[in-house]
Design a protein around this ligand. Structure first.
Ligand SMILES: NC(=O)c1ccc[n+]([C@@H]2O[C@H](COP(=O)([O-])OP(=O)(O)OC[C@H]3O[C@@H](n4cnc5c(N)ncnc54)[C@H](O)[C@@H]3O)[C@@H](O)[C@H]2O)c1
Ligand SMILES: [Zn+2]
Length: 379
């Protein structure tokens, strides 16, 4: 790629992943433009200091047609990271920012016949309803999301869709059915389907990267709805116990943010991923309880986590990414969980005023019916 072809637009470039993508691209000799509206839930103190001064910064909203038209001028590759995330009850806002915002970017490129060479969209493991499972009788199965009636009884297990036996979690491949069981998840499905479909129609290469749980320096300590590692750190630093939903034995696949940035760069450099949804993760599942333990040990703050019989309907029990596809294209995560947590803690210790925003948020989620309690805990 010649330097004249290395002009990137990073939407959401002030955020966790977008800012690291920006830094990496600049390091690799790209010219970078950032479009970010500095969403107040994420950036409570305004424009963050980490926005790389070598990037051109446009404060603008992906919902605004003029803003995106200006941002797309003289761009070769779009890294579409901007999204509204988490568990907030604002249904229309997710659809507006994530689904509509993405559709509009694609429409403007087509309308103006812009010479974009590739579009990479940030999708998520949240597109899966539940992680793949192994049934003792039926082998590999794709269980449905657990029903609220089951969760109310405190049964957290994932049952086989054919015989109802308890399944064992196994890595989920991209070919697993996708659906999205939260409004956020649904809009991530929209985003990736829109981008991949449009790419085929337009003959423009596109890649949808399905990130696993991503964490690292710059993860908003203000937005208590996302990022379990950030939430547990702020709880412990405020001498409060981390709160585990269900029994804390649910598993997730974690990625350090710099690895996710490298996956974005790889997705531009190779054509092996063009046209595909692609899992990006560590390929390893870790329980949420174990995450709480590791953070507590690293911080030397010994407050055991709390379980209150609470759960979030629609949440998957287990998700480990099958990373065969991206590894075959040359991806290898560099930062393991212990190092990643240590690096996040170094960063968070340097932040002033690490307040607990979780308590307030949890109350809202309870109030809005997004967090529920098991029946025995209600008695
Ligand atoms: N962090 C994760 O664990 C994770 C996992 C899977 C997928 N993703 C996806 O990765 C992308 C980046 O996530 P992140 O973790 O960096 O989140 P983040 O909240 O740190 O960053 C998102 C950025 O987008 C900006 N933004 C939000 N709404 C916007 C709008 N209407 N117009 C312009 N900018 C807007 C925000 O101000 C923020 O800077 C998102 O698409 C997210 O859905 C994240
Ligand atoms: Zn079965």
């Amino acid at each position: 790629m010649s330097t004249s072809e290395k002009r990137a637009l990073v939407t959401g470039g002030a955020g966790l992943i977008g800012s690291h993508v920006t830094d990496l691209l600049l390091c690799e000799g790209w010219k970078v433009r950032v479009l970010d509206n500095l969403e107040p839930n994420t950036h409570r103190r305004g424009k963050p200091a980490w926005i790389n001064p070598a990037a051109e910064f446009i404060k603008g909203d992906v919902r605004n047609r003029e803003a995106i038209t200006a941002a797309l001028d003289k761009i070769d590759v779009v890294f579409h990271q901007a999204a509204y995330g988490g568990y907030m009850p604002e249904i229309a806002k997710y659809v507006h920012v994530n689904s509509f915002g993405t559709a509009q970017i694609l429409e403007v490129i087509r309308e103006k016949s812009l010479p974009i060479r590739k579009v990479i969209v940030a999708s998520s493991q949240a597109v899966y309803s539940e992680g793949a499972g192994e049934c003792p009788k039926h082998g590999l199965v794709f269980p449905n999301v657990r029903l609220i009636e089951q969760l109310r009884l405190g049964d957290w297990e994932v049952h086989c869709p054919i015989c109802a036996a308890v399944t064992k979690s196994t890595p989920t491949q991209e070919s697993a059915p996708i659906g999205g069981e939260t409004v956020y998840g649904l809009t991530k499905v929209d985003q990736e389907r829109l981008v991949l479909l449009w790419g085929k129609q337009m003959g423009i290469p596109t890649v949808a990267l399905r990130y696993s749980c991503t964490y690292g320096p710059r993860q908003s300590i203000f937005n208590p709805y996302t990022g379990v590692i950030a939430i547990f750190c702020t709880r412990l630093l405020n001498n409060l116990p981390p709160v585990l939903y269900e029994d804390g034995e649910q598993t997730r696949d974690f990625s350090f943010v710099e690895d996710i940035a490298r996956a974005n760069l790889l997705a531009v450099e190779t054509d092996k991923l063009d046209g595909f949804p692609v899992n990006v993760g560590s390929g390893r599942g870790v329980t949420i309880r174990e995450i709480a333990r590791q953070i507590s040990v690293a911080l030397k703050i010994d407050i055991p986590p709390e379980t209150n019989g609470e759960f979030r309907p629609g949440e998957m029990r287990h998700l480990t990414s099958d990373t065969t596809r991206i590894r075959a294209a040359g991806y290898e995560p560099h930062v393991d969980l212990a190092e990643g947590i240590a690096r996040y803690l170094d960063w968070i210790r340097a932040q002033s005023d690490v307040r607990d925003y979780f308590s307030e948020a949890a109350a809202i989620l309870r109030d809005k019916g997004i967090v529920h309690k098991v029946e025995s805990a209600l008695r």
